[in-house]
Design a protein around this ligand. Structure first.
Ligand SMILES: Nc1ncnc2c1ncn2[C@@H]1O[C@H](COP(=O)(O)OP(=O)(O)O)[C@@H](O)[C@H]1O
Ligand SMILES: [Mg+2]
Length: 274
């Protein structure tokens, strides 16, 4: 079954205004890990808000797990589609980690023991079980985002959308988040939509799509998309530095393959020079 399906969806924030999303045809299979790439203003957040029913399309139809989005089923949709946003500090509601994780689950009226089980599961899934009684404010950005993800997980969504959830983190925090979602996808079978403007974060995804001015302009495996460097530049997306280094090495006569993994590249260079 398809987890998310957009059929010719258009949306604009203001009547007569420009379309934030235009004739979007896009779908994500259940269990798939899809990266959505695009420059600022390309429509990525609009896509995320449409997918969980925060916004309603002006044209076209959206289905989540086969169900057409409408006013009546928004509650179910939001339980199935968890969204993690950009700023970790805007997403915490409680002082202590476990209370924060429990917040959403409490709001949907789950029994106390069930909430306890879900806190266990969610904190374990994001590798934060040791911080259960910690103060949220003392955590690093990456840890706060993992707590935010745990709060979403406690609702047991089938689909998780991360809308630039790594944008405010340092490289280490970003890696923590990408690792966590990759694991959730592989081990829990959760469908993941990772929205980012850091191309390297898309590397582990099954598929990458590129948005530009509200339209879907490229699609393929991350490597196939990255290989179209000139085209990416026209959408204001630059290959990460390591990609550029690979190219320069080849131009200099060193026969290395394209990779975004620094360790892999280091090994290749070592082989070339030994
Ligand atoms: N709340 C809003 N009101 C009016 N226009 C908006 C609003 N949010 C986004 N937009 C416009 O919609 C377009 C797409 O924005 P957005 O989906 O936020 O892109 P992205 O997440 O890729 O940066 C942009 O032109 C943006 O200015
Ligand atoms: Mg955005």
């Amino acid at each position: 079954m398809k987890a998310i399906e957009f059929a010719d969806v258009s949306f604009r924030y203001e009547e007569e205004g420009p379309f934030a999303v235009r004739h979007l045809n896009f779908s994500v299979e259940e269990g798939e890990f899809v990266a959505v790439l695009g420059h600022n203003g390309s429509g990525k957040s609009t896509l995320a808000r449409l997918a969980n029913g925060l916004l309603t399309p002006d044209e076209g139809q959206i289905r989540v797990l086969g169900t057409l989005l409408g006013d009546k089923n928004l509650y179910d949709v939001r339980r199935n589609v968890g969204v993690v946003f950009q700023n970790p500090d805007n997403q915490t509601v409680a002082t202590i980690v476990e209370d924060d994780v429990a917040f959403g689950a409490e709001n949907v009226g789950l029994a106390r023991e069930e909430i306890g089980r879900r806190i266990d599961f969610a904190l374990k899934a994001v590798g934060m079980e040791e911080y259960r009684t910690s103060t949220v404010a003392r955590l690093s950005g990456g840890q706060k985002q993992r707590v935010a993800i745990a709060g979403v997980l406690a609702l047991k969504p089938k689909i998780i959308i991360l809308d630039e959830s790594t944008a405010m983190l340092d490289p280490r925090g970003r890696r923590e988040i990408v690792d966590v979602v990759t694991r959730l996808n592989q081990e829990e079978g959760i469908t993941v939509l990772l929205i980012t403007h850091f191309l390297e974060e898309a590397l582990l995804a099954d598929r990458a799509v590129v948005m530009n001015r509200g339209e879907l302009v490229m699609e393929g495996t991350p490597r196939a998309v990255f290989a179209r460097k000139e085209e990416l530049l026209t959408y204001n997306l630059a290959l990460p530095r390591i990609g550029v280094i690979c190219e320069r090495l080849r131009a200099g006569g060193m026969n290395v393959a394209d990779t975004l993994d620094a360790e892999v590249l280091a090994k290749e260079i070592a082989q070339c020079v030994s």
